[in-house]
Design a protein around this ligand. Structure first.
Ligand SMILES: Nc1ncnc2c1ncn2[C@@H]1O[C@H](COP(=O)(O)OP(=O)(O)OP(=O)(O)O)[C@@H](O)[C@H]1O
Ligand SMILES: [Mg+2]
Length: 356
């Protein structure tokens, strides 16, 4: 039987990208397969960034997988570290992006993640950034949730950003922060369908092609989950720290572990866990109402030995503020929820300062 490229590709499909459930072919890192004389196979792989340990692991398992393919005599796996080749229609944009590929002068990238959607990650990202902006200058906020951008609504911004002559996007400004969201670029009812490589490109461009001029601390609202989009982002931004948002219910807490694992795998220090919708404050004197089982976030933090940053109560003003574009830190700075955000902002700023 003649040895074909597709046999080799099929064998490589059995090789998982370390730490992920997806294989290296679907990850897009297989650049070239060459079948030479005497069934000598050369496979060339491109990693998104240099990582000797990852290289060694992938080289080992790819070599094994190819050698197990019927008809293969010898195999050479070559690994280089560069962004994977984009599909043709993206070449131009990618080439342009690469030309300008220079990370802005941002000093701290703080990612806000959650294993599960709907836990209030965007609410925390927005209020946290705003609380930080009340304490320090040069705070920026980037909505990297390319599937469900919420910054325009949460901050009540309908403006569209302009571009500089060098084609860099100028972030919007509100509440003293520089802001960027895919939601500023597309209409609310437009659905953007993202394919794998575009996700990587989009998030990368959001960091590189935006003229973050007045930002030293960039708070990033990640898309919910702990999958490839997050991986893409982490590969393009030197994240200084990650914050994990959860609600107290068990279903959300299970995913905290995944969030922690994601940051740890990528060597991003974990700034801590925030428990949102912890409890409901009742009028004077009454004990707060424990709706979802307050305390789960703190327990997870202890279990995984990461800081616990604070509890945010359920407060209808948070939702109303979010829908009307005025975050609670701005509208009710004296509320328990806003105070919790200020304390979390303090803890984060002091951990960042301590790590200087
Ligand atoms: N502590 C809170 N009290 C009351 N309402 C809240 C609270 N936190 C979040 N909400 C509301 O819950 C909804 C979901 O919050 P948010 O959009 O921040 O979640 P998310 O985790 O970013 O969701 P997604 O996964 O869709 O991005 C919003 O309507 C928000 O206003
Ligand atoms: Mg969100």
């Amino acid at each position: 039987m003649e040895l074909k490229e597709e046999n080799i590709r099929a064998a490589l499909k059995g090789v998982k990208y370390p730490g992920f459930t997806r294989d290296i072919v679907s990850f897009g890192i297989v650049k070239d397969i060459n079948i030479g004389e005497d069934a000598k196979v050369a496979v060339s792989l491109v990693l998104p960034k240099p990582d000797p340990e990852l290289e060694a692991q992938i080289r080992d398992s790819a070599t094994k997988a190819v050698l197990e393919t019927a008809g293969v005599n010898e195999v050479e796996v070559q690994i280089t570290a560069r962004p994977p080749k984009a599909p043709p229609e993206q070449d131009q944009a990618q080439a342009k992006a690469e030309k300008q590929a220079k990370l802005p002068d941002i000093k701290y990238y703080i990612a806000v993640a959650s294993g599960k959607g709907g836990v209030g990650k965007s609410t925390v990202a927005v209020n946290l950034a705003l609380a930080m902006a009340k304490k320090r200058d040069r705070i920026g906020l980037m909505d990297a949730d390319i599937w469900g951008p919420s910054l325009p609504t949460m901050l009540g911004t309908k403006d569209r950003p302009h571009a500089t002559e060098e084609n860099k996007i100028i972030p919007l400004k509100k509440h003293g922060m520089e802001l960027m969201s895919i939601g500023f670029l597309v209409n609310e009812d437009e659905t953007v369908i993202w394919r794998g490589p575009m996700v990587h490109g989009a998030i990368k461009q959001f960091i590189e092609d935006v003229e973050w001029k007045e930002t030293d601390y960039l708070v990033i609202d990640l898309p919910p989950g702990t999958g490839d989009a997050q991986l893409s982002l982490v590969q393009t931004a030197p994240l200084s720290g990650g914050v994990i948002v959860t609600t107290p219910q068990d279903v959300a807490l299970i995913d905290v572990r995944r969030g922690i694992q994601m940051f740890r795998k990528l060597n991003v220090p974990i700034l801590g866990i925030v428990e949102n919708m912890s409890y409901l404050e009742l009028p004077e004197g009454a004990e707060p109402l424990d709706i979802f089982g307050r305390g789960g976030g703190r327990r997870m933090a202890e279990k995984f030995e990461v800081p616990f940053l604070g509890e945010i109560p359920i407060d209808p003003r948070i939702r109303i503020g979010g829908d009307q574009g005025v975050p609670i830190v701005e509208s009710h700075p004296e509320s328990t929820a806003a105070k919790a955000f200020f304390e979390i902002a303090d803890s984060i700023l002091s951990s960042i300062d301590a790590g200087k």
